[in-house]
Design a protein around this ligand. Sequence first.
Ligand SMILES: [Zn+2]
Length: 250
Amino acid sequence: MAKVVILGSASAIADEKHENTHLAIVGNETTLIDCVGTPTVRLRKAGIELSSINDLIVTHFHPDHVSGVPLLLMNMWLLGRQEPLRIYGLHHCLERLEDMMASYHWDNWPEFFPVAFHRLPERARVTVLQKDDYRVYSSPVRHLVPTIGLRIEGQSRGRAVAYSCDTEPAPSVIDLASGADVLIHEASGGGVGHSTAEQAGAAAHEAEVGRLLLIHYPTLGVDLSELVTQARHTFEGEVAVAEDLMEIEI
Ligand SMILES: [Zn+2]
């Protein structure tokens, strides 16, 4: 049975209990959604084998979403990986990721495994991955740089999980989340390129999802139960705060 694992739930400033927001889809193979911190440590905590990861989706080029990529690649290489790794994202993000790796002279790392970059078109409901047990679709959302949100559909149980990624309220988020069992929506606060918990609730209401999980929230000096209360102003369904290592079956 495939599942979505919350590997981190904090917005840009992580703390002891909340790593920056990133996720994994675990099935027969694992797909990472963004990569931060010291990836091997967090993956070990989640019980995910490094060798099960064949695909990495990068949502956008901000440090709190992609800063762990060079270390992930280096660790895979040092552990003797030979299998190819596929990385998916918008051109804006992949171009910068390649530049970042070039700064580390990865072309000089002996016997480095193949990495294939797949540029996703900047349009709605693009099919990113079709596995036996889950599928992933992307749509552009509204953030400070080109960014994608995702919809993940499990094949055996037919459950759908949408992830807003970093965004201000946008019709594409409603579309991605339409009728989903769970919407994982950011709640970093109002302002350009982000959303409040109340706006996350409004998206959950409009998309008619079953459950709302708030993520990418500020951890310093914020009362998390207050975030849930705010989301309940606009969404009548179940609301909770995503916590690190939480799992959602799909
Ligand atoms: Zn961002």
